[in-house]
Ligand binder design. Sequence first.
Ligand code: ADP
Length: 629
Amino acid sequence: MAAEPQKMEFKSELKQILNLITHSLYSHKEVFLREMISNASDAIDKMRFDSLSNEAVLENNREWKIKITADPAQNTLTISDNGVGMTRDAVIENLGTIAKSGTREFLDQLKAADAASRPELIGQFGVGFYSAFMVADTVTVVTRGPGGEAEGIKWVSDGQGEYTIESYSKPSRGTDVTLHLKAEEKEFLEPWKVRSLVKEFSDFIEHPIVMDEESEDENKVKTITEQTLNSRKALWLRSKADVTKEEYEHFYKQISNDFNEPARVIHYTGEGTVEFKVLLFLPSKKPFDMTFGEVKVGPKLYIRRVLVMDHCEQLLPQYMRFVKGVVDCSDLPLNVSREMLQQNPMLEKIKNNLVKSVLKNLEEMKNTAYDEYVGFFAEFGAFLKEGLSHDYMNREALSKLMLFESMKTEEKKYISLSQYVEAMPEDQKEIFYLTGENRDLVAHTPYLEVFKSKGWDVLFMTDPIDEFILPSLQEFDGKKLVAADKSDVSLPSEKETKEAQKEYALLFTALKQSLDQIKEVRVSTRLKESASCLVSDKDAMSANMERIMQKLGQGGEARKTERILELNTEHPAVIALKKIFDANSADERIGTYAQLLYGQAVIAEGSKVKDPVAFANLINQLLVRNAGV
Ligand code: ADP
């Protein structure tokens, strides 16, 4: 069949990405080889997995191998594998588009990022194949799938916007990626260079990475032998003492697409009813794909060194989606389908073990490297909070990992619940917190006045998710958590509250009549400087939660809980109001004052007054009257 090669265009956004990749990654060009080898290795893993249920597909081509061939005459470097290969459709799908979501965001980030962090972003987005264009001006891919697909495919592109695709006779299964190196990149043809790059980046790849090497004997007779360049030792099967920090880091970068160093490496053998090897990594920075692309949960699952799943969701809970790594279990059956495997009860056992060890490692980090933990929490705290609201079994361990700002901390400084409890004065029996939109608002609410004067700290919960962890965080270390705006903590008052309540009873009834939004007016025992504040019943929804629900479109007036207006009977404004009322209980100013005291309280809790213009009018009336005009 001698059909003309078909010319096709890259999807438009890919064009821009290619442009950025080829023009902005000078400093890390050598990563292309790692990417090509990694793709070849993945293709072999896939083939090997498919052959588990049907060995015939191997067609006796089962000696897994990744071969690197340098051809100085042609100026080409070829990476060949006998993996799964690609059909025509797969070539178009995989090499002609970027199938992942969030391409737009990716491009924006890439443009905004400084040159040094660009390769990192590219890796995270999984555009590994295109890194070939950093060193090559043309890339040719010749590939063929297994079995009946006698026809191979040839794909050629200069990375400028178009590629050609045509049928091509390829005798054996697998893929050859040939890079026609740019004139200035000839260095990558040197055997020593290739050897050192493989050693540095891909040493732990399980399949042999080979290269032909020429040697001469004393009679100048040349022989070519195939040399294996990598040690092929699966890192997770080696003992911890034998693995260097660099090896862990390279491996982490390879499997995670994260260019940063991991914050923690967790490497151990799980023993008991099931035996398994674990190598997990906790990242130090939130990878790009956690913000945009879809995040896959779970470590790679190997069974006796054979990769069976890239992300085994059964092995980690959703909230631990930041954990990357490998689990290799020798007790699981290799010859069952993925679906059957996912139902195996052993996975649940392993999962419980992994979760415990991740939490234990975080606890250790908090106790032995507090500043580092604070940095980790700033990146991943929201995931741990999600865990606290879902993972009932590990509630205690998770609550120990929580950090909050508080009334006594500076901005962006945190304390843990245990630190809070340790610092509690003897007469304080409960842990107090206040939820709200941001620190600024929360720190200035009147609810804190009583706590300030007592010297008791109040935790600030200003992350929207905080409202959702509260149901799981009702107690810590035997102490109840209580909302500061619902507590009945009171200041020692000069006047007996009951007395004041009696004295003000008539006025309060009158005020209540002009304020139909509220349930009750009462004497406050929590205010020192402010005249008024709003409080809720103990089991009512917090004002912050109401605002969140409204933002989610689930609020509305109907939902608004009835609040209690508290007045500070030692405040001059409240005393003045009482005087007006005592002189003439029908004085029209009483209604105005009621609205003003209520409005102040609404603003102080971080909510919005319903009618800001009317509220401003009331203040203006007061100004005019005061000026005696
Ligand atoms: P990623 O590997 O992160 O998916 P790449 O850009 O490196 O992204 O590769 C895109 C896709 O092209 C791969 O997912 C794979 O399906 C296909 N591919 C690349 N190289 C090979 C290969 N050597 N053999 C088979 N498929 C390949």
